[in-house]
Design a protein around this ligand. Structure first.
Ligand code: DP6
Length: 327
């Protein structure tokens, strides 16, 4: 077998309508559809080289060797590509993020999207964007949404092939800005994989899933019409509903810190004063403040003046995952 190496890049994404809970945990078939925006400044670059001389997969992330459960998850993902190519060869994987690890910015979306595109390219597999999205989903659900460009919808599906994400609008369609307020993290939070498995234990999950299609339609329309006011109300509502499910699962999951709640209140006040801004929060304490370009500097200044925020990271709509080089 020739030794082929490919490098791919992928943006992270922020969910505007959230994915929380699966109908199939192994295949990561989600309980509901979701919508997201790729973030152009939060990127992962990954190279994959399948090599005959390796006795096992070797993975580094930001120059540190990955082992244990994290390595197992990556190896299982590589197995899908070995199977497609009809090989058993192990791979050397080098991955790096342009954002600091441990800052609570989710890296599994950009990480598994970049890994998927690099692995497929290194083996010369000719796969469509849709097939790449379904494959990325097997590694991390939200990674399915980092494959297509810009504003993206993930169709939940009930089979592997039917569960994939596609672009609703190109990155140039709308200059929405995400200001990520990074909060100091005092303690460990429950990871999303573990959290998804608990979603069904909340009596609210059924109502959340049943009402998701309405929010998906409203969010999609708001994006297509560049209607920030409608986007703001549906995005905040959807985040609040997901956190209500988290807080009422067994065991209960509380991701908010005091600073999180302070920012949520401030965002609502800024909006009442006329700024185009809303919040959305994932499985951690950081607050994503979505706003229009016109209001981004004013909101950054406000956030900079608040206590307990380590850093504010700015991102705009990003491109889809892409192959950087094949050697
Ligand atoms: C709260 O995609 O990280 O960010 O499939 O187990 O890797 P796994 O979960 P993940 O879940 C994301 C959960 C969320 C909401 C979202 O991004 O839609």
């Amino acid at each position: 077998m020739p030794t082929w190496k490919a490098t791919a890049c992928s943006c992270s994404n922020i969910a505007l309508i959230k994915y929380w809970g699966n109908t199939d945990e192994v295949q990561r078939l989600p309980a509901n559809g979701s919508i997201s925006m790729n973030l152009d400044t939060l990127m992962t670059r990954t190279s994959v080289e399948f090599r005959d001389d390796l006795a096992s997969d070797h993975v580094t992330l930001d120059d540190k060797t990955v082992s244990g459960a994290a390595l197992g998850r990556i190896s299982r993902h590589l197995d899908h590509f070995r199977k497609l190519a009809g090989i058993t060869t192990f791979a050397a994987v080098e991955s790096s993020n342009n954002f600091p690890a441990g800052a609570g910015i989710a890296s599994s979306a950009s990480g598994f999207a970049a890994l998927t595109v690099a692995a497929a390219a290194s083996l010369g597999l000719k796969l469509s964007e849709r097939e790449l999205s379904s494959l990325a989903r097997l590694g991390s659900g939200s990674a399915a949404r980092s494959i297509p460009a810009g504003f993206v919808e993930w169709y939940p599906g009930s089979t592997h092939e039917a569960s994939y994400a596609a672009s609703i609008a190109a990155p140039e369609h709308w200059d929405v800005v995400d200001l990520v307020a990074i909060i100091s993290q005092g303690h460990k939070t429950t990871g999303s994989t573990e959290g998804h498995a608990l979603a069904g234990t909340s009596v609210l999950q059924q109502a959340r899933v049943a009402s998701a299609p309405g929010r998906i339609a409203a969010c999609r329309e708001a994006i297509l019409n560049r209607d920030f006011a409608t986007l703001a109300s549906v995005v905040e509502m959807d985040s609040n509903i997901m956190h209500a499910v988290m807080m009422t699962s067994v065991p209960a999951l509380f991701y908010w810190e005091p600073e999180t709640i302070a920012i949520m209140a401030a965002v609502r006040a800024w909006r009442a004063e006329g700024l185009s801004v809303c919040y959305t929060i994932d499985a951690g304490p950081n607050v994503h403040c979505l706003c229009t370009v016109a209001d981004a500097d004013a909101i950054t200044q406000e956030l900079d003046g608040m206590p307990g925020i380590l850093e504010v990271r700015r991102g705009g709509p990003g491109r889809g995952a892409y192959v950087e080089s094949v050697e």
